[in-house]
Ligand binder design. Structure first.
Ligand SMILES: NC(=O)c1ccc[n+]([C@@H]2O[C@H](COP(=O)([O-])OP(=O)(O)OC[C@H]3O[C@@H](n4cnc5c(N)ncnc54)[C@H](OP(=O)(O)O)[C@@H]3O)[C@@H](O)[C@H]2O)c1
Length: 261
């Protein structure tokens, strides 16, 4: 049975990805900072699905965090088949008012830890002739610059670009790479990204479970870019028909409202 490593599995999309994998009978390594939330999920999934769940409590915005997690996995002789880089946060703020520390934590989590995990597992898989699947959670914010969400949207553009490149580069090694690009989804993301929580409380928005199940299916198929929802798909293709400046302006107006900026 396949084992998935999922970062940011203590809530939202990551938690639902863990449930989706457990439902298939797969074992898990779940990583985040909130130990209690991870332990609760571990016992619930082990009881319900008879799988094994390993908890690793780690702040992934710390230096060398991915390396530390990787070393624990190797020490415990766990073979990871699916790497799911889901942990992330944003900051809905005027760039000039943003915090230097918070920006650096975001870059470390959304970019550095994600890249390190990809690098460590790709090298490991290739050295052992293992097949593997990677899912990197990007965002619809990856498709254009987003004023008032500038650093976050730039991190997600990086995630999308890296994933597209790796998907092609790793094909001959039987390793797939999928960028899951959700639009607004009902999770703790708004609260954790300085947005008005009402932004993700809209009843029309998809649930974390719907997005996770969609992404999990696309990862299993090895699809390179996975955008859940017809409106998100339409929105991300608008860059083909309108000037980039215009799509960035429209996205910025949405984010300006999301925090009354
Ligand atoms: N919800 C949306 O509208 C939306 C839209 C597009 C993309 N996304 C992306 O989807 C992914 C999942 O977000 P979500 O919506 O599920 O939000 P969420 O409910 O806030 O979940 C974020 C997860 O990341 C973990 N995390 C945050 N900082 C961390 C750190 N320093 N070290 C380790 N883990 C950390 C959190 O766990 P701990 O707090 O326990 O550490 C939590 O499990 C993110 O990459 C986000 O950018 C979300």
């Amino acid at each position: 049975m396949k084992t998935a490593l999922i970062t940011g599995a203590s809530s939202g999309i990551g938690k639902e990805l863990a449930i989706a994998h457990a439902q298939k009978g797969g074992d898990l390594v779940i990583v985040a900072r909130r130990k209690e939330a991870l332990e609760n999920l571990k016992f619930a999934l082990q009881d319900q699905y008879g799988i094994h769940v390993e908890v690793i409590t780690q702040d992934l915005s710390e230096k060398d965090a991915a390396q530390k997690v990787f070393e624990q996995i190797i020490e415990k002789k766990i073979k990871i088949d699916y790497l799911i880089n889901n942990a992330g946060f944003g900051d809905n703020v005027l760039f000039e008012d943003s915090s230097h520390v918070r920006n650096n934590n975001m870059l470390q989590l959304n970019i550095t830890a994600l890249t390190d995990f990809c690098h460590l597992f790709v090298q490991h898989w290739i050295a052992h002739s293992f097949q593997g699947k990677i899912m990197n959670v990007a965002s619809t914010a990856a498709f254009q610059g987003v004023p008032y969400f500038a650093v976050y949207s730039a991190t997600k553009a990086y995630v999308l670009s890296l994933s597209e490149a790796l998907s092609l580069e790793l094909k001959s090694n039987n390793i797939t790479c999928t960028a899951l690009c959700p639009g607004p989804t009902k999770t703790e993301f708004a609260k954790n990204s300085n947005m008005n929580p009402a932004f993700t409380e809209n009843k029309m928005l998809p649930s974390a479970a719907a997005v996770a199940n969609y992404g999990y299916k696309k990862m299993m198929r090895g699809q390179t870019v996975a955008i859940p929802g017809i409106f998100n798909k339409a929105g991300t293709t608008s860059g083909k028909f309108f000037p980039r400046k215009m799509t960035a302006y429209v996205a910025g107006q949405v984010m300006k409202k999301a925090n009354d900026l």
